[in-house]
Design a protein around this ligand. Structure first.
Ligand code: SF4
Length: 423
């Protein structure tokens, strides 16, 4: 997407941005192009206890092998393997040819075509997979995991913006494998308590817990019932941890000050109402549900007022990097797209809200996938991650609760911190 419309590939970008770690360009490229395992690699994963068969949990007879996870040599996640994870069964529109993971000379490698480019390592799945609660619920249905390091509690897999036919256009949330309706019962909370206790027995396995749910418009006012569900889960987790506060990422809708105070009282320590896209017109086009309930400014104000409650750096907003380049309304060049998104990131950072960016995946089940949109180019992501990490440093914002070796911005922050400490 430069002047002659040629998208730069890995080697060209590594030469153009020599200060950007090659490994992180590879990580971004793998996410965009996707990664598949050869039969030999699958066999190795099985031998190493890293492949879990989820068929019984899913009530299926055909094996459904699920990978624990895979790491690069710096301990950060290999991205681009979503079809190998339990919660993401869908198809993806990728750019270019898939990378593969194969066994070469006895070791596991990421291959670009026939060339081994990075040694990689599988991660074992957690021991609570395959166990059941005292009520007989498979624990894997109660708490999901993405390895290494993350436990996911999907409070429910419904978003009322879908019911109103106003979903965010990149969203595939309702397609997750284990679906739960809103409204935890006491039995559901007991299952959560038991599962969490079992998961926490594996010391050193977890870096963070993510709580997330779709936007819930029911209740006395929109989002009230969503807050109720978070309060129930936070209260249960406090019991599991034996603490007054719950150190977990809480990804949620834009709440009012009163709603946020309720969450803080229930033990919440962080909060993430994601803005997704900064440009006003594009926000309205891409996030029509958020626009209706209750508009871009409301989502911004919610994040800003949360800083007063949870503190600087404990509130975060996420950009789905690349959606601002979707057509016909998106930006036509990566320069324009970057200028807009980094302006948004800087605005939030200057108010104590940590910005992060993820890579937009064109997943089956989303509006953008149905529209046959095209993924944003690799160069865009290199520049976006670099820009956001620079903003973190400029505002001295550590977003440690998001630093679990997935987001390349977190990887860059970690490298800069290590360099500073070593200086
Ligand atoms: S708020 Fe948007 S991104 Fe989040 S679940 Fe609803 S439709 Fe999906």
């Amino acid at each position: 997407m430069n002047e002659d419309n040629h998208e730069l590939g890995f080697e060209e970008l590594a030469a153009k941005y020599p200060d950007f770690p090659r490994l992180l360009i590879r990580k971004l490229d793998a996410e965009l192009r996707g990664v598949a395992l050869t039969e030999r690699a699958l066999e190795r994963a099985k031998e190493e206890g890293c492949l879990y068969d989820a068929a019984a949990d899913l009530g299926q007879e055909t094996p459904r092998p699920v990978l624990g996870g895979a790491l690069f040599r710096d301990g950060s996640w290999v991205l681009g393997m979503e079809p190998m994870y339990l919660q993401f069964p869908n198809g993806y529109k990728r750019s270019g040819s898939l990378y593969t993971i194969d066994v070469v000379d006895g070791k596991l490698w990421l291959l670009d075509g026939d060339n081994p480019v990075e040694e990689v390592f599988f991660v074992s799945y957690p021991e609570y997979f395959g166990k059941k609660t005292s009520r007989g619920t498979p624990m894997v249905k109660v708490v999901s995991a993405r390895l290494p390091g993350l436990l996911f509690v999907y409070l429910y897999n419904r978003c009322d913006f879908w019911a109103e036919q106003k979903p965010c256009k990149y969203c595939s949330f309702p397609t997750r494998v284990f679906r739960r309706k809103p409204g935890y019962t006491q039995e559901g909370l007991d299952d959560l308590y038991e599962t969490m206790n079992e998961a926490l027995k594996e010391e050193g396995k977890w870096m963070n817990i993510v709580l997330l749910a779709g936007s819930n418009l029911s209740g006395n006012s929109p989002y009230d019932n969503e807050v109720d569900e978070y309060v129930k889960v936070l209260t249960t987790l406090r019991k599991s941890f034996g603490t007054e506060k719950v150190y977990a990422k809480m990804v949620a809708s834009a709440f009012s000050r009163e709603q946020l105070l309720r969450l803080k009282e229930a033990g919440a320590t962080t909060y993430q109402p994601h803005i997704e896209v900064w440009d006003e017109k594009l926000f309205e086009w891409i996030c029509p549900g958020k626009t209706k309930y209750f508009g871009r400014q409301y989502w911004i104000d919610s994040a800003l007022s949360a800083v007063e409650i949870f503190g600087r750096g404990y509130v975060c907003t996420q950009f789905v990097g690349g959606v601002e380049l979707m057509q016909p309304y998106g930006f036509k060049t990566i320069d324009e797209a970057l200028e807009s998104t980094l302006e948004g990131a800087e605005f939030f950072a200057s108010h104590g809200v940590g910005p992060i960016a993820i890579i937009h995946r064109l997943e089956k089940g989303t509006v953008f996938y149905a529209q046959k949109q095209k993924p944003a180019p690799l160069e865009y992501y290199v520049r976006l991650m670099k820009g956001i990490s620079e903003i973190h440093r400029k505002y001295n914002l550590s977003v440690d609760f998001n630093n679990y070796r997935c987001h390349p911005t977190g990887d860059l922050d970690r490298l800069h911190n290590a360099a500073r400490e070593g200086a």
